[in-house]
Design a protein around this ligand. Structure first.
Ligand SMILES: O=c1ccn([C@H]2C[C@H](O)[C@@H](COP(=O)(O)OP(=O)(O)OP(=O)(O)O)O2)c(=O)[nH]1
Ligand SMILES: [Mg+2]
Length: 157
């Protein structure tokens, strides 16, 4: 069973449904394009746009929302979220926008009501940065960026 938390939202863009979970177990609320009916947005290849969703919310303190791509759009059209995961701060009161980029070969048409991304609400831990002369030693040390093997594993022969 999922944990459930209420999130306040302003009255939503005319005629558009509120974002919703597509299935009982879905992690993300599907975000809906709130572009004007008469003005669909056409994303040319390699173009990007902040697509309005009509959604203004107040996340409870200690939470964030992540704006993530929909895999179907990514696979079928090469359309994804440029800054994935986009971060919606708990103190943000503006309209949630989905920063889409078209990495496909064909122009992509975004119409009002289209599901363009998904939003996952999550708890946030805040860090207090404490100055220290030394850091706890580890096997990895400062190795990174493929230091454990480029393919991520060794084949034993
Ligand atoms: O995909 C996104 C990412 C951000 N935002 C909104 C909510 C977020 O709280 C605010 C700021 O986002 P972020 O911190 O990522 O942007 P920034 O470039 O650091 O701007 P700022 O200086 O306003 O924090 O913009 C969106 O609507 N969609
Ligand atoms: Mg910021």
């Amino acid at each position: 069973m999922s944990l459930v938390i209420p999130v306040q939202v302003l009255p939503h863009g005319e005629g558009l449904p509120l974002p919703s979970y597509a299935t009982e177990g879905a992690a993300g609320l599907d975000l809906i394009a709130a572009v004007p009916d008469a003005e669909p947005l056409v994303l040319a290849p390699l173009a990007r746009a902040a697509v309005p969703t009509g959604l203004c919310l107040a996340l409870p303190a200690g939470h964030e929302a992540q704006v993530r791509p929909r895999s179907g759009l990514a696979l079928k059209h090469g359309v994804t979220v440029l800054n994935a995961p986009g971060t919606i701060d708990a103190d943000y009161r503006g309209e949630v926008k989905v920063l889409l980029v078209n990495l496909g070969e064909a122009p992509f048409r975004i119409e009002r009501g289209m599901r363009i991304g998904q939003m996952v609400v999550a708890p946030v831990l805040r860090a207090t940065l404490e100055k220290s002369r030394d850091l706890e030693k580890t096997t990895r040390g400062d190795g990174g960026f493929g230091s454990t093997g480029l393919d991520g594993g060794q084949i034993s022969r």
